[in-house]
Write a protein that binds this ligand. Sequence first.
Ligand SMILES: Cc1ncc(COP(=O)(O)O)c(C=O)c1O
Length: 363
Amino acid sequence: MTPSIDTPALVVDLDIMERNIEQMARRSREAGVRLRPHIKTHKSPYIALKQLEKGASGITVAKLGEAEVMRKHGIRDILIAYPIIGEQKLKRLGKLALDTDVIVSLDSLEVARGISQAGKQIGRSIPLYIDVNSGLDRCGKEPGQETLELIELINQLPYIRILGLMTHAGHSYQEKSREEQIRISRQEGALLVETKKVAKEKLGIDIPEISVGSTPTSFYAHEVEGITEMRPGTYVFNDATMVALGLVTKEECALTIRATVVSRPSSDRAIVDAGSKTLSSDRNTYTEGYGFLKSCPEITISRLSEEHGVIVTPPDFEIQIGDEVDIIPNHVCPTVNLADELIGIRNGRIEGIIAVEARGKNK
Ligand SMILES: Cc1ncc(COP(=O)(O)O)c(C=O)c1O
């Protein structure tokens, strides 16, 4: 436990974060694919620029608002991995596309028509990634015939260019076994590669990019043939979910929530000043509670109110009012979205404050 910090606070160990960034850059190089990290995890231009400096070729965002913040800081290669709909957003997209290499993902002709219009307004083609379902069952038509039919229709529109096929194997978070994780990673790539092949054979359409991405599947990218790009996000900090999946250790978790014990009402209960408005309420399949103490992983945050985190303690557990704890959150991405700033520490000293400038940019 290091410097005096007012709590609750999000603290980033810069050495760990930089190691995570370098390790993922190495992993993508070794797999022979480009790295386009998803910045939803940190929402910070400072960290995005660091990822680019260490070898990322561009970034991924979910929202236009995030893209606008990143562009303001000079980032010019941005995938918006989200369908953009509505007059106001399309105007903003057009403005962004004037001086930024912006790619948009979508899975319907309706959305593609809007993007085509936006392209027409500015007199240039906007590149698209076609989102394909590889098992998460979120956005994306099925690979193969369904996606081919969509490609054929979209390809007839002016002012768009089909640049790639994209998928996100978020269902990899449901699988703990290494065999299953490898199977999902291979499937994530193979379904897209096969669809690309048939698009060329049947439609004569060449689709250069195959973009896959989640932090769990990035571990196996070298095993997957034909992908050109990966988009992990969580790896920059890691979290309790990644630890529970057995993919990283707690020492590889760069972000912790520093919290203070504000009440010890009984021998089996300690209350900290980090509730759902600090930690977020996200749970997942393999973790208990809402995060664990970095110094003592078997102790978890069992319950949350908005401003209270309840730690259920064994009777002999020593913790007192005024003590500080460092919590590794379940899911670091929504946690960061609740904070204005991250406190960067190195070797036990505060090195600087990192602004979470794109927090809350949900439009
Ligand atoms: C489209 C897309 N790409 C990439 C990612 C990054 O995945 P992860 O959070 O596993 O790093 C996400 C995460 O939600 C995503 O939705």
